[in-house]
Design a protein around this ligand. Structure first.
Ligand code: PHE
Ligand code: ZN
Length: 881
């Protein structure tokens, strides 16, 4: 583990390497505890670089055991090796030379899951961002690109499968008991995209014919016996390959594409060239064990990693400050893919919910940073919601600003101009400027300015002149290191909706640029006037969430209801219902805190029920509408001094009121939304199931009995319904005998399937209330729990901290203390996992004073511990600043 040195890396210090890497040739002799790595690297000194400068390579916990220069031993006086660097002096001024570096590494002891490690008897690598330097000394940075040849030698019986990037060259017996396999990847790549997998795995196989007629072999490797559960992932892969051809003209470029599912993985998945490695949770699915959400995640992540082949691999990042160049763009692409596969409006609602619940808090708290940061202490800590989700929003805004055709032209230009290069965000944006002729210099501030902009809105209609004037003012709050903000170029999709639901077509607009239905807000404050408006319109603004901003717009409930009924943009209809709900929920939280009776605006309830019962709307959309803002959303709207118990109680009371008023609607929906026939993970059936389970949830509020949920549990013939009914039982009736029985039967039925047992852990970890901590602690003692496996830890400890506001935020601080102890126990073994748990506390300052003080104490305990990883030290330091 790297303990903190406090060293900071700055974007401004970027310069190219002194030596150019031409070729990489690696030989691995696999051994569980002592793997030998021979790295033959061919370099030459970059033109113009001083001939006296040494070559300095990165390492991390390495020990050098051999160094050859052009196959001859290098005298000790010519180099220095430490665990984290190798410096070689007196190298040729111009001529290329070969260094052969030998290291021995211990995969079995690698608990960080970075570099070469073992998971369930399988050798596996993870090199992004800086894991390759744990395998051999290397110029481990994304702007060093080279073709790789890989030879893997390993015990034949234990490793019938030996994989690496690129195309298979061949393999055979090596010596007694051992065999070898050789791979060649002709596409120059940075080390973070290197991968090696070896072990005894099952496989499913298929083929894909690319647009120019090449046949690609597709293989997905899983543990023996799990092959049938990889079928959906294979299907998603083929659809992704086709979609990228159809929508971006991108074709696959090797003769084989492989995916391996492993059970120990810190993240979701990794886009290694031609050999993606996945957390098995995002590969394995069948109707008995995976929910609709699991299927959707698999489809999305398979696509995401595949799309990286062009956005990330063929064109990569010059340095890690440019991370959003590959991640934001690739998330944008996977969101577009999912929208095309499913319902665009429902996908947008889900993405915006996610953005607001996870990225907005990050952007308004101590960890706020720009999508393109200018310094970091630990790059692992920058795989954030801001880089991924806000990064995707920025590309989405480019598409909105330019329009479909120019956006596509810009992407085409990017692929053409930068193929094979390691580039910057500036290079990317320049392609859109060149393709469209639009100046994006002000727009570029989105990349370098942190914080969620707030746009304040007021509108006025003058019936005499038939003019609607719209005043907008933008501010972006200060964030760490950025006290003052410049105005951004904000594209706001809008509609002026008339009484009859028609959209007004203004005669003319003054005050700023409008293209199609997009207003360009570029000044700090700006007033647009629309003439030729025959009657007072209702303004629908930021339709489809065209910009990732907060709006301060005091729109009347009547106007919101008008939008909820009439907007042709379904997203805006959902947004309007959400905007109607929120003040009721915040008021309910205040009333609950003050011990008052909670009330709810009947007009809001009526609008919600009207939407729920509207058969012209797709079920998935209605389910989203019924899914009220979360406790975290309410906390964010309250803005500070938050009492999670009051928020929970208020929200529960509102649910009960809606449930009572709408009982008939919910009974009918519960009946009507029953799906017929065999389970299908397709969007249509999934949508029905989600509306049916929303109805069931309200019915348990109306009836205040576990009866119906217990029946649903008994009748379920798929994991979606089963997990949903179990959640209702556990969360609403934790002490009922029905709940105890259902939890026990679930456990018996799925024992031996860790991914399903993770659901069993998560459901129990999120049961609201003061008893949650005791429950979680008890479950940690369960034989099925494994504190070394990231999926287990996240499903129990992670969901408790992130997803149980009342249980985790106990006023006595016990939840925070527990988490601090977990973090300190995990950090020495797996810093990335520890840090992930820690970020659950990033909004601690918005808690009411008693809890905030308890949180501060727990964080201080972490901060004061000795030997912290750079990861934890960096984050806890920023959280306490
Ligand atoms: N690059 C991976 C992805 O998005 C995420 C990842 C980062 C995985 C770092 C492992 C380590 O798609
Ligand atoms: Zn990615």
């Amino acid at each position: 583990m790297r303990t903190d040195t406090g060293q900071i890396v700055h974007l401004a210090d970027y310069r190219p390497t002194d030596f150019v890497l031409e070729r990489v040739d690696l030989t691995f002799e696999l051994d569980p505890t002592n793997t030998k790595v021979d790295a033959r690297l061919i370099f030459h000194r970059r033109e113009g670089v001083d001939a006296s400068l040494p070559l300095v390579l990165d390492g991390d916990e390495l020990k050098l055991s051999g160094l050859l220069f052009d196959q001859k031993e290098v005298p000790a006086s010519q180099y220095d090796a430490t665990p984290d660097s190798l410096t070689v002096r007196d190298l040729p001024a111009e001529a290329p030379f070969e260094l052969t570096i030998t290291t021995y590494i211990n995969p079995e002891a690698n608990t960080q899951l970075m570099g070469l490690y073992r998971t369930n008897g399988v050798y596996c690598t993870q090199c992004e961002a800086e894991g390759f330097r744990r395998i051999t000394y290397f110029p481990d940075r994304p702007d060093v690109l080279a073709p790789y040849t890989i030879t893997i030698i390993g015990d034949k019986a234990a490793n019938p499968v030996m994989l690496s990037n690129g195309n298979f060259l061949g393999g055979a017996g090596y010596d007694e008991g051992r065999s070898f396999a050789a791979w060649f990847d002709p596409h120059p790549k940075p080390a973070y995209l290197f991968a090696l997998v070896a072990g005894d795995l099952g496989v499913i196989e298929d083929t894909f014919e690319t647009m120019s007629g090449n046949e690609v072999t597709l293989k997905i490797y899983v543990e023996h016996g799990k092959e049938p559960r990889a079928a959906y992932a294979m299907d998603a892969l083929k659809r992704s390959m086709k979609w990228d051809e159809d929508h971006f003209g991108r074709e696959y470029d090797l003769n084989i594409f492989q995916i391996v599912a492993v059970s120990d993985f810190n993240m979701g998945a990794m886009e290694n060239k031609g050999l993606n490695v996945f957390n098995d949770k995002y590969v394995l699915a069948d109707p008995d064990t995976a929910t609709d959400q699991d299927y959707a995640n698999i489809e999305r992540i398979i696509a995401h990693e595949y799309f990286h082949n062009w956005t990330g691999n063929r064109i990569t990042c010059r340095d890690w400050f440019q991370l959003c160049l590959k991640e934001g763009l690739t998330v944008y692409r996977d969101q577009e893919f999912s929208s095309d596969m499913r319902s665009r409006a429902v996908k947008r609602i889900a993405d915006v919910r996610h953005l607001k619940s996870d990225q907005f808090p990050e952007d308004s708290g101590p960890l706020a940073h720009p999508p393109r940061p200018d310094s970091y202490r630990e790059i692992n800590n920058f795989y954030t919601m801001t880089i991924y989700e806000k990064g995707a929003e920025i590309t989405g805004m480019v598409a909105t600003l330019l329009g479909r055709d120019d956006f596509r032209k810009g992407m085409d230009l990017y692929f053409e101009r930068h193929d094979g290069q390691a580039v910057t965000v500036e290079d990317y944006v320049k392609c859109f400027e060149d393709a469209s002729g639009r100046d994006l210099s002000q727009f570029f501030r989105w990349y370098v300015q942190a914080g969620t902009p707030l746009v304040s809105v007021s509108g006025a209609y003058d019936g005499v002149t038939g003019t609607f004037s719209l005043s907008l003012e933008q501010t972006t709050p200060a964030t760490p290191g950025q006290p003052n903000k410049e105005p951004l170029h904000i594209p706001l999709s809008f509609a002026l909706i008339l009484d009859n639901g028609q959209v007004a077509q203004p005669k003319s607009v003054t005050g700023g640029e409008v293209t199609g239905d997009v207003l360009h807000l570029t000044e700090r404050s700006q007033t647009f006037s629309f003439s030729g408006i025959s009657s007072r319109p209702v303004l629908s603004l930021n339709r489809s969430f065209s910009a990732p901003i907060n709006l301060a717009f005091d729109q009347s409930p009547e106007d919101l209801i008008h939008i909820a009924r009439h907007d042709s943009d379904l997203f805006s209809r959902w947004q309007a219902l959400n905007d109607l709900a929120l003040p009721n929920l915040t008021q309910a939280a205040r009333d609950a805190r003050d011990g008052k009776d909670v009330g709810c605006d009947p007009a809001f309830v009526a609008a919600l029920l009207e939407c729920a019962g509207d058969a012209s709307l797709e079920p998935a959309f209605r389910a989203q509408a019924l899914n009220l803002p979360s406790e975290a959303d309410i906390a964010r709207a309250l803005g500070g001094n938050n009492d999670p118990d009051a928020i929970h109680a208020g929200r529960k009371a509102i649910h009960e009121m809606i449930a009572k008023t709408g009982e008939e609607v919910f009974v009918r929906l519960y009946d009507e939304m029953k799906t017929e026939g065999a389970y299908s993970p397709e969007a249509e059936d999934a949508g029905k199931r989600s509306l049916r389970s929303a109805a069931l949830s309200y019915l348990t509020y109306a009836e205040n009995s576990p009866q119906r949920a217990a029946e649903a549990f008994g009748a379920a013939n798929n994991m979606t319904d089963l997990a949903q009914s179990l959640t209702l039982l556990a969360h609403r009736f934790p002490d009922a005998s029905e709940t105890t029985a259902a939890l026990a039967s679930f456990l018996t039925r799925f024992d031996g399937n860790p991914l399903v047992i993770d659901k069993w852990f998560s459901i129990q970890a999120t049961i609201p209330g003061i008893d949650a901590l005791e429950r979680v602690t008890a479950l940690m003692g369960n034989a099925r729990y494994n504190a070394g496996n990231p999926n287990r830890v996240r499903s129990l400890v992670g969901t408790f901290a992130f997803g149980n506001p009342t249980g985790f935020n106990r006023a006595d601080g016990e939840g925070y203390g527990f988490l601090a102890d977990q973090i300190l126990a995990i950090d020495p073994k797996n810093p990335q996992l520890a840090v992930r748990l820690l970020t659950s506390m990033r909004s601690w300052r918005s808690l009411e004073p008693v809890r905030a003080e308890q949180a501060r104490l727990a964080l201080s305990k972490i901060a004061n511990a000795s030997g912290l990883s750079t990861d934890v030290s960096d984050i806890v330091g920023r959280m306490l600043k």
